[in-house]
Design a protein around this ligand. Structure first.
Ligand code: ADP
Ligand code: MG
Length: 390
């Protein structure tokens, strides 16, 4: 079991005191996320259905009396990055996620000539598809917005995190991860319209019926991932143009008859995936989370056969999980490696873990890392205040 949250906030405040020499003004945290369904729908202006997970990035924060900004992270031991308010956008490497967010917030109107000390510690695994990057950005965004008195709304904070990642880190990501980290409510997924950014909570109700979710990191990442992703995005734009719609979100199944070959397959994935998102929402709202399983598996088949972004290591995990009693499983993220999400009876997770590891070994794939993830609440200020001691 994970440690009580307040202990972690206390520990981080102590780390801040040791490093900076006085109490922080506050401790904030934001979660990682997993996307239940809606893969490659985001860049087609469709819907996604992520939920925040019980792994978080925490940041202890204090203002300074000069224009210096410092950031340290327990995940990057030994490295204190020091810069100034005027040079935030020049940040590189891991610190760009945090410093880029401070820059984007200032661009969004957060005032002040005072710098910041940021001390970070998180338990979202880095680079495993659970969005440690958005957890870091979202925790920093909420902290700086609140402590500066700007009190920006959470959509604006999400846009600032995305802007940090797009413009300072240089990663062409959408807004799903930051939106999930900032807007999700405990026990619920977030139905996010990637065109309008409107969102609604959808209660998951997994615990109530004895279901659990596992994320299996295959530890495989193919060299063609970036090129493959760009190629699929371009195919979607081309298909939308051929159909005369602004984005594939606007295409109907009947319209697909006008396409053929690879363009047809790529578009068919997006159109069917968009309807799977809405079916899953309907099932959850009807109190039938167990019926979501086949939709996840259908999503995987579509990503494998039509969108062509699966690889053998992902397919092996999905097959082994289904053979061993999972209700559904699918690759999550862009594809060409990465992780698989498994929906399964909570009582079977140990056996399933053994089964997918065995199958990976039999197939000559790397030993996967299997993590149970539980729905959790979005970014928040932790119940720690200056002067709090144990
Ligand atoms: P993901 O978001 O799926 O975990 P990314 O490649 O988008 O993977 O982001 C991971 C990167 O974010 C890390 O390599 C690191 O640079 C940065 N990062 C995330 N969390 C932290 C942290 N707690 N401390 C330092 N850097 C972090
Ligand atoms: Mg990320």
């Amino acid at each position: 079991m994970s440690e009580p949250v307040h202990d972690l906030a206390h520990d981080l405040a102590q780390t801040f005191r040791d490093a900076v020499g006085h109490d922080p003004e506050g401790v904030f945290s934001a979660p990682g996320r997993v996307n239940l369904i809606g893969e490659h729908t985001d860049h087609n202006e469709g819907h996604v259905l992520p939920f925040a997970i019980d792994r978080r990035c925490r940041v202890a924060v204090g203002r300074r009396a000069d224009d210096t900004v410092t950031v340290r992270s327990a995940q990057e031991p030994g490295a204190t990055v020091t810069t100034t308010l005027g040079a935030l956008a020049d940040a590189r490497g891991w610190s760009a996620y945090a410093l880029g967010t401070v820059w984007a917030l200032r661009e969004a109107g957060v005032p002040g000539d005072d710098g910041w000390d940021l001390v970070v510690a998180g338990d979202v695994p880095l680079g495993s598809g659970l969005s440690s990057s958005a957890a870091l950005e979202s925790a920093v965004a909420l902290a700086v917005s609140d402590l500066s008195g700007a009190g920006l709304d959470r959509h604006t904070l999400a846009r600032a995190g995305r802007r940090a990642e797009n413009d300072v880190v240089g990663a062409p990501v959408g807004i799903m991860d930051q939106a999930a980290s900032l807007l999700c409510r405990d026990g619920a997924a977030l139905l996010l319209d990637c065109r309008t950014l409107e969102s609604e909570d959808v209660a998951l109700g997994l615990d109530e019926v004895g279901l659990a979710t596992l994320v299996v990191d295959t530890r495989v990442r193919h060299d063609l991932a970036d090129g493959g992703y760009a190629d699929r995005r371009a195919a979607c734009v081309a298909a939308a143009e051929a159909l005369g719609v602004p984005a594939l979100r606007d295409a109907t199944p009947a319209m697909l008859d006008a396409l053929e070959g690879d363009l047809l397959k790529r578009a068919r994935h997006v159109v069917t995936e968009e309807s799977r998102v809405h079916r899953v929402v309907d099932l959850l709202r009807a109190g039938r989370p167990e019926a979501v399983g086949p939709e996840l598996t259908a999503s995987h088949a579509s990503l494998r056969d039509d969108f062509a972004v699966s690889v053998a290591a992902l397919d092996a995990v999905v097959e082994a999980a289904l053979e061993d009693g999972a209700l559904g499983a699918r690759l999550v993220g862009g594809g060409f490696g990465g992780s698989v999400l498994v929906l399964a009876p909570a009582a079977s997770t140990d056996r399933l873990t053994a089964a997918v590891r065995r199958r990976a070994a039999d197939g000559g794939h790397p030993d996967p890392v299997v993590r149970a993830v539980h729905p959790a609440g979005g970014a928040r200020r932790e119940a720690w205040a200056p002067g709090d001691r144990d």
